[in-house]
Design a protein around this ligand. Sequence first.
Ligand code: NOJ
Length: 552
Amino acid sequence: MLNLWYKNAVIYCLDVETYMDSNGDGVGDFEGLTRRLDYIAGLGITCIWLMPFYPTPNRDNGYDITDYYSVDPRLGTLGDFVEFARQANDRGMRVIIDLVVNHTSIDHPWFQAACKDRHSQYRDYYVWSETKPADAEEGIIFPGVQESTWTYSEEAKAYYFHRFYEHQADLNIANLAVREEICKIMGFWLELGISGFRIDAVPFLIELRGIEEDAHVKDPYLYLKEIRSFLSWRRGDAILLAEANVTMDKVPDYFGDGDKMQMLFNFVVNQQMMLAFVREQAAPIIAGLTASPAIPETGQWAHFIRNHDELSLDKLSDAEQAEVRVQFAPEEDMWIYDRGIRRRFPPMVQGDSRRVRLAYSLMFTLPGTPVLFYGEEIGMGEDLSLAERNATRTPMQWSAAENAGFSAASQPLVRPVITQAPFDYQHLNVINQRRNPDSLLNWMERAIRMRKECPEFGWGTWQIIETNHPSVLAHCCQGKRGSVIAVHNLSKTACSISLKFSLESQAQPQPLTEVFEDQAYELVQDTASEIALSGYGYRWFRIGSDCLLHNP
Ligand code: NOJ
């Protein structure tokens, strides 16, 4: 039987460096993280996604790797990693890790050797050109910071290709030795107890820029099949979660027939959600969901509110971007790379707890698997004085103690903690929120519990339910043994709606059992009843009178 655990998972992304420091050097580490596993498990998380923790000069938050088979010594040892993974597994949590093989750091010994000697076996690990290609200034990912995609190396006497920063040289996946190396890296970490990979920058990993001539690579998407097949032979229940911010017409190339990536982040729905929040209308979300093509039965969307990068709005039109920007990033320094917002979500809505909860309630009920970024569970803010995307990567706020309880260091921390009200650690931290039954943290715990008790949101077939109210999104997810309905009012104005249901099984009104909501409402009898919603209110229902149905 297939093990599709990821369909009902709740994923939590964190960066070891900023999570918990155990030895007082100002940098988070594996030992600190391991001590926090009970906290993460208590939240209800079932899978931890670790951002890169490999040796690195750290010029792109660890996405610039110098050794794929080791742990950054600032964060601990391989032994500490294995201990962490074992302890996470013991608590019923799986671990997935970032696989960053579109590029290496230019400090990687492979690149160094490739530059020193053009006859080195590593020369062909990278992508070279004797002259500067005419399109070198095209397709720049970090405009304003990155100047070109080809940079001259004096030592190599050639230009090397780098889709991202100039310190990240692209690997040449047309080279079979590189492909073997990538499999070896995957195999290595799978042996150490992980359940899969979040694959960085997949569209660029398989792009053929600079290697067009190579005979091996006719269809670059077949490479995704190759790594999936390797993964599944090594560990049958392991997954590949792709970072692929692509238009919907490209999506089938990434899922294949269920033989490529199991999961993709849904960037389009994420951006449409932001537009919907700003307009207080459901239509953009409906448009995003209905534009998403059907995916294989074993495939799954990953939904998120924020991740560790800028909140990219690149799939919205210029006018739509401007609409979102005016509300969510009104200051110049909140906007980056001509396309995105370098803020966390709560400050975008001025800390309005109704809107924050509405957003996460929506994320938990969207057809797919929810992904949280550390600190979202307590509603952390950002520090705009930090460079680029580091604004949202500040240390976890554990308590009101010095350094937010993140570290006992007396020297500067890896990144400063947030001290500016109202998102400062003195007020906003885990300990405070634990004590407060109405806190976001306690809300998250309940929301996650209910999401897990409603596996239909992850497994079911979904449909939008007509409500005749432009601000309300109502959708139903139907599993093999049950169905759930979620109703979200995106507007500040309270309303009352009725569901214009057309399921065959709905010929007769069905009883509804409320399972989660933003406030105490009068009970709803059945699918034909009026449903009241407060401003920014939400309600989840199970169809039927038994509210404790079992997993499909
Ligand atoms: C995508 C990652 O999410 C981002 O943080 C990084 O800068 C680029 N890939 C380059 O690795």
